[in-house]
Design a protein around this ligand. Structure first.
Ligand code: GUN
Length: 308
């Protein structure tokens, strides 16, 4: 039997997110104190999906906490792509708006790629625009998506060594898994300060046996699939760092209500891992904190004083 002291160290996303928000607040006070306008974030939400509404509310609360001014444009589900593009164009051309995001998913009939690409790259604080993803892929400075930046920040602040280590990224979404894989494998000497790991990307067509084989060799596992219980104890190398980006809402037998879970069998995996993120309280809070950082940096860049 393993003792509690052999259990993985829990990576506390709430604590690190709080640290990042405090840093943003201090930097913002300095920026505004130097005579610059208070940074402003506009969030667009189309329709009334309760999860999306909650995410946007969290972003607005975080803005208040760090001193960013904000506004939500809530559009009806009947909004057409053309109407949404027109609003984005207006906000792209509004000097008072430093950061602009469109909450995803969008209703059927609206093409998310067209919408993400319509947001001006300079204001694209989600980092979902083709220019920002392209810049990241080419080791150029740009805006890095908030969740991948949050994962990188957690690894850095818990001193997880990535240099030359084996990392596996499970999932191939363009907004989360792909930028995480880019950050993990790219060169630490370039503008985006990559993490120099050896990266394997697995996805739905990776045979389960192969997934297990690759995971068992990994020093770092980042899983972003949305499939509860995907990563089990037998798939984890002792001492590995487990970053769980998955988030699913499932019935809780104990309470009869719903609970949030990740993609990792947390209770058993923490018996072998070296570090592990919980769900909730791991990667989730980092997304909003890094969005605040991206918004401040966008405002700084637009004012001609970027200092990332
Ligand atoms: N939907 C789920 N995650 C995100 C995110 O990080 N940004 C936006 N805009 N929509 C999302």
């Amino acid at each position: 039997m393993r003792f509690a002291s052999n259990m993985a160290q829990i990576i506390d996303g709430n604590r690190i997110a709080n640290e990042v928000r405090c840093e943003v607040r201090l930097q913002l006070e300095k920026f505004v104190g130097a005579g610059n306008r208070v940074p402003h974030l506009t969030a667009i939400i189309v329709g009334e999906d309760p999860a999306s509404q909650t995410y946007v509310e969290k972003k607005i609360i975080a803005c208040k906490e760090v001193g960013i001014s904000s506004e939500t444009k809530a559009l009806p589900i009947t909004t057409t792509q053309e109407e949404l593009l027109k609003l984005i164009d207006e906000l792209n051309n509004d000097d008072k708006v430093n950061g602009l995001l469109v909450q995803l998913p969008l209703p059927a009939g609206i093409d998310e790629r067209i919408i993400c690409n319509a947001v001006s790259a300079a204001k694209d604080v989600d980092g979902f625009n083709e220019l920002n993803i392209g810049r990241l892929a080419l080791d150029m400075k740009g805006i890095v998506p908030a969740t991948p930046l949050g994962v990188k920040t957690l690894l850095e602040r818990y001193n997880i060594n990535t240099f030359g280590r084996n990392a596996v990224v499970i999932g191939r979404s363009k907004n989360v898994s792909l930028p995480i894989a880019i950050l993990l494998h790219s060169d630490g000497r370039n503008a985006t300060k990559g993490m120099d790991a050896t990266v394997t990307i697995c996805h739905r067509y990776t045979p389960p046996k192969e997934l297990t084989r690759v995971c068992r060799q990994a020093d770092i596992i980042v899983v972003a699939v949305g499939k509860p219980g995907l990563i089990t104890k037998d798939m984890v190398k002792p001492g590995a760092c487990i970053i769980d980006v998955g988030i699913s809402r499932i019935p809780d037998e104990a309470t009869g209500k719903f609970k949030l879970v990740g993609d990792v069998e947390f209770d058993e995996v923490r018996e072998v891992a070296g570090h592990i993120t919980p769900v909730p309280g791991g990667v989730g809070p980092m997304t909003v904190a890094m969005l605040m950082k991206n918004t401040l940096n966008a405002a700084k860049s637009q004012a001609g004083c970027a200092d990332k």
